[in-house]
Design a protein around this ligand. Structure first.
Ligand code: AMP
Length: 315
């Protein structure tokens, strides 16, 4: 099985209450690939500028990720994003976004990237997501992420992509914004009605919720005492979730499988926030992923022991 991802490959400048980095490897496709590469072969599609370093390209290629569809644009500048977090890390302000090589970018997928089994359309202009979707031959599972900016300025195009994918992974606030529904479950149901079979609502430090036609499931984020930088946590979650699904393509996409995918997404994302940018997940060991999934399993279990309640017969 193989996963193709298209999305931003970036230089990020990030300031949190615990420190800052002026220029580190970032981007939605980068964080996704670092996580998904634990599960399957990943191919990254996207442009970078002449300023993109070999060290960053090597980092992107961690765990065998194929970077041959990363296009280096002569004279171009790599996508740049600058953000700053508030004291509790729940609020984030974008201070600068420079599209650079993404302006005028026309994706041209190699034969191998086109033949993927699983396609992830990470956060990028919905027009580019559609273009990539059109080029892929017959992916068996497709998923997308997006952001408030595209809901505001390219809603129609975004809905056109949503209608064609199997799974939508958005922040809960974005699900509400997209549908105009204040309730998460109602909003997710409305997105399901557009075509997808699976909706995941990411809720930051509160975890993530899974909504399908048959059911609802939610996991809290792993309780960490030291969160350093949440940048890319959502994309890392998506990488773990979609990577797990990719490893099981061909099996029925039932709620059991999707719940396990949620646990893997949650586990890898929890490591992402322990250090800046890609620093932690790039050197994460497979055993650490297993360990955290086991911890998440343990901390979300409880034994159901019904008690007699006042008002019931006999009390
Ligand atoms: P997240 O923390 O999951 O929202 O993802 C943060 C990553 O998204 C950073 O590494 C940024 O480089 C990237 N990013 C920020 N703004 C955009 C944008 N407008 N389009 C695509 N990627 C972006």
């Amino acid at each position: 099985m193989s996963v193709t991802v298209v999305g931003s490959i970036a230089y990020d400048a990030v300031k949190t209450p615990f420190g800052e980095r002026e220029r580190m490897l970032g981007g939605a496709a980068t964080h996704f690939a670092l996580a998904a590469s634990f599960f399957d072969g990943v191919s990254v599609v996207g442009p970078v500028g002449e300023d993109f370093g070999d060290e960053e390209l090597a980092l992107l290629a961690t765990r065998g990720t194929d970077v041959s569809d990363v296009e280096r644009v002569e004279g171009g500048k790599t996508f740049f994003w600058k953000g700053e977090y508030g004291w509790d890390l729940n609020s984030r302000e974008t201070l600068d976004t420079q599209l650079g090589v993404f302006e005028g970018f026309q994706p041209k997928l190699s034969a191998q990237a086109r033949a993927c089994d699983v396609l992830f359309l990470a956060n990028i202009q919905p027009g580019l997501q559609l273009d990539v979707l059109d080029q892929c031959e017959a992916p068996r599972f497709t998923a997308l992420d997006s952001m408030n900016l595209w809901i505001e300025i390219a809603r129609e195009q975004l809905v056109a992509v949503i209608e064609r994918v199997d799974c939508v992974i958005l922040n809960d606030a974005e699900l509400r914004q997209l549908t105009g529904k204040p309730n998460l479950v109602t909003a997710a149901r409305e997105v399901l009605a557009m075509g997808p079979k699976v909706v995941v609502g990411k809720q930051g430090e509160y975890g993530a919720a899974l909504i399908t036609e048959d059911g609802f499931f939610a996991l809290p984020a792993y309780p960490l005492e030291n969160v350093i930088d949440p940048t890319g946590a959502g994309d890392t979650f998506a990488g773990g979730f979609v990577g797990y699904v990719a490893q099981h393509v061909g099996e029925p996409l039932d709620d059991g499988l999707l719940r396990r995918a949620m646990a893997y997404g949650t586990a890898v994302a929890s490591y992402n926030v322990e250090q800046f940018g890609t620093e932690r997940v790039a050197r994460l060991a497979p055993e650490e992923v297993h360990e955290r999934v086991a911890d998440i399993h343990a901390l979300t279990q409880f034994e159901h022991r019904p008690v007699a309640l006042v008002g019931e017969s006999g009390r």
